[in-house]
Design a protein around this ligand. Sequence first.
Ligand SMILES: [Zn+2]
Ligand SMILES: [Zn+2]
Length: 181
Amino acid sequence: MSFNPLTLNNIFLALTAWGAAFLVALWASLIIWTYRDIKSRARDPLIRILAALVVALLFIPGILIYLILRPTVSLEEEYQQTLEEEALLQAIEDNQLCPGCGRRIKDTWQVCPNCQTKLRKPCYKCSQLMELPWNICPYCGTPAPGMRREGLTMDEALRGIPIPPADLAEEIIPDKEQPEE
Ligand SMILES: [Zn+2]
Ligand SMILES: [Zn+2]
């Protein structure tokens, strides 16, 4: 086997070409990876271009700089965090306590099942639940039974109450027949 400088030169050239092609491919891949990565972390198009540009110009040191400076949380993670925080906040708001025994109650309950404290009252007309201090139903505008503005005569107070539906009318009529003062 004789020493052939031409063959050696060819091998050297092939290796150099292969190495150069590999570096170009690596360079392009890093730019693409950086762009995809910054896209999931930043909404600002200027920051996205800047990040890709740093890697394109500085190559390996550029990717190091990018990895150090990139936003730690991706947009997806940020969104998930917001959802979790909102869910937590909702859970705290929903977590109402009975004023009588301090146990957890639901806002659809009328009475605490544990200590029987009255929690809410239903509107006699539309049956929506009202807070105990409310004098008028916020859903249908019916005044709560027994509630009437001060300084009104019985007649004036009754005029303010809408005419009840037919099935309730029978229960209401005897009240109207009471003698007036
Ligand atoms: Zn209770
Ligand atoms: Zn009502």
